[in-house]
Design a protein around this ligand. Structure first.
Ligand code: SF4
Ligand code: SF4
Length: 67
């Protein structure tokens, strides 16, 4: 099972995860997206550093079905 991370709508916009991500995978989300930030699946290495720094536990792991 592959996994990636995503940002939920609990995000408080502090920016800590953006600064922490070693892959620069976290970016502001476009208007209409359900959460303020999005994580580029192709860049995310699954290191979980964003989840460790997030004060509101808004960065969470997402398991992906194999295709
Ligand atoms: S798990 Fe790691 S690589 Fe993926 S978005 Fe979080 S900090 Fe970046
Ligand atoms: S660290 Fe958490 S609260 Fe801060 S910007 Fe990232 S997801 Fe949002």
């Amino acid at each position: 099972m592959r996994s990636t991370f995503f940002v939920t709508d609990a995000c408080a916009g502090c920016g800590a995860c953006i600064k922490t991500c070693p892959e620069k995978a976290i970016q502001p989300a476009p208007r209409g997206y359900p959460s303020p930030l999005l994580i580029l699946e192709g860049r995310c290495s699954g290191c979980a550093e964003c989840a460790e720094v997030c004060p509101v536990s808004a960065c969470v792991e997402l398991l992906l079905e194999e295709e």
